[in-house]
Design a protein around this ligand. Structure first.
Ligand code: M6R
Length: 615
């Protein structure tokens, strides 16, 4: 969601803030703004609707000069994108400025109180309420700024990561979090950086402190970092070194992050299985499972939680775990799970899947599962993320930073890790025979090379995209392991090209969606040669009989489907449990090319943000 950056130190803050905002723009791009304390003591706030580039043009050559400042990219919640709703927001006296990510649930009550006390609020945001409220507490109690922030936050209900800048305190910056992530970078020469994630910080320092819930940090120009909880307990800052490389946050010559990330998949899958799949010894390793074997060996059910693409990876895992380890699996949208009084037993193992590790719904769902006594295993990409820290055990996906809002390499990395988990469980539980285990292990080890082959042969996808680019609807159909891929293909298309697309199990088509099929309806079939191939061929016939334009993803050498459909894309023959790792790649490329042809912003599609840290 919103991106946060802050700086306190000897250097001019503005270049650091603007560079940080550009790196954070994937989190939200409705508006951008900065606040700095200038050398003459002025609190200068500049903000503009739209992208960071709009803010830069608005500021022009009259650059802020202060050495302390905060910056924000917004993903609108309260009030539409506009200059006035953009952050930073000032308190009533114009003395403090606040940036915020999250949602203040009792903002209406606080707004009423402030209005009653004569505050004049100009925006529709919950953040402006927060700024006025902190200033009100400070003025009415005379408390020092950090204490005023803590006192104010005791009355605040909701989620926040926030940074406060006070005109009267040019040597201090205050940051606080509850349910929304916040990272403090500790630099050389008494410098501090703040970020909603590490991306705006890593160019300056690799030493970071992850704030925990209900902690308030005070950074000073003399290099002190003190942290106290809202209820006034002292916390010793734990400085950690992050491994993120700045090069991994650049486009590396590609036109878009999404394209770069699609082409990175041979490497990201390899990195995700490295050390876990050991071909020479014929073993797979998964310490997160082995360290808790007492729980896994008795698991009566696996409950998989996630959202969006991560939920789709969970659906692939349902087939994997049930097929290879013979444990019943349920896959739940995290957002539904948390509000439906779910039945969770302590004999359940919960797997939470999340690229960002910060998705609010998934985080809340795992907290609920933990309260019910379940063992929770995280499959996350972002090291040190909230979900990674709050789960009992886990496995990182090692896909590297994913900046494109449409998830691509994170999906294949998740599926690769979940495949290793299912194989490991199947082997240890004795449900997977040695021959199939070895076939899967060799097959998985070959996948990075085969993904590269699919990418090398992907030129036809661009030509097929031309045929489909003007469609307003599309259907994606698959069965078995390919059903989740159909859902993922449809999600990719709708989120970046704004074409309405639906994914269905191919056999479900005749129960309703078939009514939609006519000459104008593109239908994408994933029709690889597996045990349901002939069934899918029948479904293709049904669409063809009604005039739909068909693209089929088929196994190399297929002639039957080729003779029936308008366009084909081939993938190499692999075990059907591994095929989603290949079939999803043409889906990603098709969406990418169609979105480009429709003039859409591929990396920053409208209304979306990379990390959904609000409900
Ligand atoms: O970071 P997470 O994996 O928890 O994110 C879940 C979804 O928000 C995410 O997959 C979203 O659906 C993507 N935009 C899909 O491309």
């Amino acid at each position: 969601m919103c991106g946060i950056v802050g700086y306190l130190g000897p250097k001019p803050a503005y270049p650091i803030l603007i560079d940080g905002l550009k790196r954070l723009e994937y989190r939200g791009y409705d508006s951008a703004g900065v606040a700095t304390l200038e050398t003459d003591g002025e609190l200068r706030i500049e903000k503009k609707q739209g992208k960071v580039a709009n803010l830069e043009s608005h500021i022009g050559a009259n650059l802020p000069q202060g050495t302390v400042g905060i910056g924000h990219t917004r993903w609108a919640t309260h009030g539409p994108p506009s200059d006035v709703n953009a952050h930073p927001h000032a308190g009533g006296k114009g003395r403090i400025a606040v940036i915020h990510n999250g949602i203040i649930e009792n903002y209406e009550a606080l707004r009423g109180l402030l209005t009653h006390r004569g505050h004049d609020l100009v925006s529709e945001t919950d953040t402006e309420v927060l700024a006025h409220f902190i200033e009100e507490v400070q003025t009415s109690t005379g408390l020092d700024l950090p204490d005023a922030v803590r006192t104010a936050l005791k009355e605040v209900i909701g989620a926040y990561a926030l940074v406060v800048l006070d005109q009267t305190q040019p040597d201090r910056l205050i940051a606080a979090r509850k349910s929304s992530p916040l990272v403090i970078g500790v630099g050389q020469d008494n410098e501090f950086f703040v970020g909603s994630d590490a991306t705006p910080i890593v160019a300056h320092t690799k030493n970071v402190v992850y704030l925990e819930d209900e902690e308030v940090a005070t950074m000073t120009r003399s290099g002190e970092l003190t942290i106290r909880t809202i209820s006034d307990a002292a916390v010793t800052p734990a400085i950690q070194a992050i491994e993120l490389e700045i090069a991994s946050l650049e486009k590396a010559g590609y036109d878009h992050f999404m394209l770069k990330e699609i082409f990175e998949q041979p490497k990201s899958i390899r990195d995700s299985i490295r050390g876990r799949v050991r071909l020479q010894s014929g073993e797979v390793h998964m310490s997160g499972i082995d360290d808790h074997w007492d729980v896994w060996s008795k698991a009566q059910r696996i409950l998989i939680l996630g959202c969006g693409t991560s939920w789709h990876a969970g659906l692939v895992a349902e087939y994997l775990f049930e097929g290879l380890a013979r444990i019943p699996v349920e896959v739940e949208y995290a957002s539904e799970f948390r509000y439906r009084n779910p039945i969770v037993r302590n004999s359940d193992v919960v797997i939470a899947i999340s690229q960002s590790g910060e998705t609010a719904d998934t985080l809340a769902a795992i907290r609920l599962a933990k309260e019910h006594g379940a063992h929770v295993f995280g499959v996350c990409n972002v090291v040190g993320s909230s979900i990674a820290r709050e789960t009992h055990a886990g496995a990182y996906t090692h896909a590297g930073p994913e900046i494109g809002v449409a998830s691509t390499k994170a999906f294949t990395a998740q599926v690769a890790v979940l495949t290793v988990m299912a194989m490991h469980l199947g082997k240890r539980l004795g449900t997977l025979d040695d021959a199939t285990f070895m076939r899967l292990m060799t097959g998985l080890d070959n996948i990075p090379g085969l993904v590269q082959k699919v990418l090398n042969n992907a030129a036809p996808v661009e030509h097929i995209a031309e045929k489909f680019a003007r469609a307003e609807n599309a259907l994606y159909l698959g069965r078995g392991f390919q059903f989740p891929v159909a859902l993922e293909g449809a999600l990719k298309l709708k989120e970046i090209s704004y074409i309405h697309a639906e994914g269905y199990p191919a056999a479900e088509m005749k129960h309703g969606p078939i009514a939609l099929i006519d000459e104008a309806m593109p239908v994408v079939f994933i029709a690889t040669q597996d045990e349901v191939y002939e069934k899918v061929v029948s479904n293709i016939q049904e669409v063809k009989a009604r005039g739909g334009q068909i693209l089929a993803v088929v196994t190399e050498g297929d002639t039957k489907v080729r003779s029936l459909v308008d366009h084909v894309v081939e993938i190499p023959k692999v075990h059907n449990a591994l095929a989603p790792l290949l079939t999803v790649v043409p889906m990603q490329l098709l969406s990418y090319h169609i979105a480009l042809m429709r003039g859409c912003n591929v990396d920053q599609p409208r209304n979306l943000a990379k990390s959904v840290t609000v409900e």
